[in-house]
Ligand binder design. Sequence first.
Ligand SMILES: C[S@@+](CC[C@H](N)C(=O)[O-])C[C@H]1O[C@@H](n2cnc3c(N)ncnc32)[C@H](O)[C@@H]1O
Length: 243
Amino acid sequence: MYKLSAHDYDLLYSQKDYEREAHTLRERLWRIDAGLHSILDVACGTGAHDEILCQYYEVDGLDLHAPFLECARLRNPGGTYHEADMCDFRLDRMYDAILCLFGSIGYTQTYGHLVAALRCCRDHLTQRGVVIVEPWVEPERWQSDHVWQTHSEREGVHITRMTHGHRMGGICAMDFYYLIGSPAAGIIHQQERHELGLFTKEHIRQALIEAGLTHVDYDADGLGHGLYTARVPESGTAGTGSG
Ligand SMILES: C[S@@+](CC[C@H](N)C(=O)[O-])C[C@H]1O[C@@H](n2cnc3c(N)ncnc32)[C@H](O)[C@@H]1O
């Protein structure tokens, strides 16, 4: 769980090109079905993708972290944002597309919770619905006991995050140490641990099928760690993977 404020999260990722990513997603959705109208952004964070996507679609979102949702509401005032767990949510609306981006799916941690999250997504998709998942790192690509750092600055406010990443079986644990410096507040230190599941391509493909989706496709060139796309089966068709 993030302790970081929405402002500091946005500063930390200020070099991430959310606008370009949102347009990549929009083109992908358009190629799949030019008639899609509504999107649910699962684990939407501060709504940086939604700010662009809402120019083309009706966009709602959900996340566990209430302060991030407040920021998302400001970015997309027409959207409805829910404080909810992606592994167990029930909304009173269906969507043409459900997105889960920037590795957020890794927070499901276990295969059972991964399937539960994808099943919740499946249950909120219309007949023409599509789910797009940008996965977290695969187990063989996770380097254990590794240290790295990122730094961003905007208008005199600096944030540096040093991470120690290690592995606990199928879970990667990351200890984040932040130094946040601003002329007004001086330098603040924060610390938090994040634990994410390391799922193989086969895990995710299988979980999408188990969740009742079909036409599972993986594009290694889509966003950071690639993109999975899967669809609601045509009425009466059992969920089977292809592609
Ligand atoms: C790496 S951030 C990505 C946020 C946003 N999608 C983006 O691209 O900036 C991961 C997000 O997942 C959210 N999250 C973690 N576990 C969650 C859960 N069980 N249900 C809903 N959201 C969750 C966090 O609060 C955080 O906003």
